[in-house]
Design a protein around this ligand. Sequence first.
Ligand code: FAD
Length: 395
Amino acid sequence: SAPASPLGLFDIDDLIDPEDRAIRDTVRRYVDDRLRPEIAGWYEAGTVPARELSAELGRLGVLGMHLEGYGCAGTSATAYGLACMELEAGDSGLRSLVSVQGSLAMFAIWRYGSEEQKQEWLPRMARGEALGCFGLTEPDFGSDPGGMRTRARQEPSGDWVLNGTKMWITNGSVADVAVVWARADDDTDRGTVRGFVVPTDTPGFTAPEIKRKLSLRASVTSELVLEDVRLPASAVLPEARGLSGPLSCLTEARFGIVFGSLGAARDCLESTLAYARERQIFDKPLAAFQLSQAKLADMTLELGKGMLLALHLAGLKEAGTLRNEQVSLGKLNNTREAIAIARQCRTLLGAAGITLEYPALRHANNLESVLTYEGTSEVHQLVIGQALTGESAFR
Ligand code: FAD
């Protein structure tokens, strides 16, 4: 019989609305036509034409696509997840660009911003004319962002003055606007965490790019340095107070990763399957050996199970009942299985698998970042452990 595709074995498409499938197929075509021919070159060079891509992605309608109003498409959570999946089948760096723009920077302004901030930024960001970044992590505080040292001091004039350093910030050096989280010098004990909308041309703001990465090479990652960055009173996000603000943005982006990581895994598996059918070893196709088939079957199972979990979480999100620990279930499982699939595919490719001619090792290397950002695997284990036991084991 004709060979089946890995997700085809599960008849996954039957679970997806035609409208969501159509959006997915549009993004898939863009990835195939525009990104696939270029991605190995960008990855090797460690550069990506982020601004050019952002304008194209804006025209494609994927920037902030799950948000309502302000020029955003207002699609279903499933459609957003599927778009992330297709983008990450191209490269995790491209999905990161879109996640940071839509789920972190735009979502923060959309959810916590003033009407004026929304009008000023969201339509331009949806069109990809303005790029955003999201500065939470600091050199000394990643998994524990509550320890942040970046400070915001409010002067009698109402102006805010920001000082501090953010680290590992996606899109930092190419952004027009940074959503920066800082502790306000107020009358609370440690200072309330507040969010600020910082145009990146504000004096005192610099964003040196982090080089020599071995992962997410087709993505811009930067440090943000804030030295007496003076902002008007209107720059603060009025509706966000405390760490729950930035953490809620991360939950949004994590949801996209639940789907996205599977896109990388699917791309590895499909390309390896094609290779294994062609490659002759010991006088027959690599795909005809039992050891190969055991690997391919096990990887297909994990991909399909991950997809069922992702679609289930999307259904909960659409119903408005999705809980944080459920997003952790998806992020932990799907990134962990995706990297295992990418590495296993690499073994089937033999020596060819160590080059950029095949996507497996590029995806595996990218997924090292995906395991770490938006809450490391260990942090999600602790979230799930707390939900199961009622005991917090974070500190
Ligand atoms: P640490 O927090 O130092 O963790 C080190 C190790 O300790 C990990 O294995 C971790 O799981 C483990 N650990 C942590 N806490 C516990 C615990 N309680 N118990 C047991 N083990 C624990 N941040 C942003 O704000 N914006 C961005 O746009 C952004 N983009 C990124 C892009 C890339 C490519 C990367 C790699 C990172 C990005 N980050 C971004 C930062 C990312 O969110 C952090 O790297 C992440 O939160 C982990 O923090 P850390 O690197 O400081 O590791």
